[in-house]
Design a protein. Structure first.
Length: 179
């Protein structure tokens, strides 16, 4: 069944990505004008947390109830990338994230996504590694801190960069070894 709960949650995450970006970069627009910056941070953080929670639950439900679909295998990572892209672009526009850190993260994401597409074409398993899962969590924590403009956000972002690059190295190593 294509429209199962995990796929609906992934579609919701797809919709939350542009909403998050709008809350971060649309602050000068007519609709958001006059809302205090701290409230916009809270709303953006809420959208990000809700979207992140759907990421956890769509995968959990799909595995627990055997609802893994081809559509889900496509839209789940797409929704993840759209969400992090929206957050990172918004944070760069706000001046809260170092553009080089974001460049390194996004370059890794594009490269590894292409590598994973090639691996799928060769019939290889492209399930997320533990390093890939830790990468996602580290990015989410850094994004949360940066959205809220909390101290330590920049340090957390650079830690996420290091983990992101390491997990990318693991994907490349495993691909080269034929795994």
């Amino acid at each position: 069944m294509i429209l199962n709960l995990p796929n609906i949650l992934a579609f919701l995450r797809l919709l939350m990505a542009p909403l998050l970006l709008w809350l971060l970069v649309g602050r000068e627009g007519e609709f958001l004008q006059g809302i205090h910056e701290s409230w916009l941070n809270y709303f953006a953080a809420l959208v990000f947390v809700l979207a992140s929670v759907t990421d956890f639950f769509d995968g959990y439900i799909a595995r627990m109830f055997n609802q893994i679909t081809t559509l889900g295998k496509i839209i789940d990572p797409l929704a993840d990338k759209m969400l992090t892209l929206a957050a990172f672009l918004g944070l760069v526009v706000l001046g809260r994230a170092d553009v080089w850190a974001i460049f390194l993260i996004l370059s890794r994401e594009f490269f590894i996504t292409g590598l994973r597409v090639m691996a799928v074409g060769e019939g290889r398993d492209v399930s997320s590694s533990m390093a890939g899962k830790i990468k996602t969590v580290s990015q989410m924590i850094a994004i949360g801190f940066l959205i809220m403009d909390w101290p330590g956000g920049t340090l957390l972002l650079w830690i996420a960069v290091a983990i992101t690059l390491f997990s990318g190295y693991e994907y490349i190593r495993d691909y080269a070894k034929g795994r």
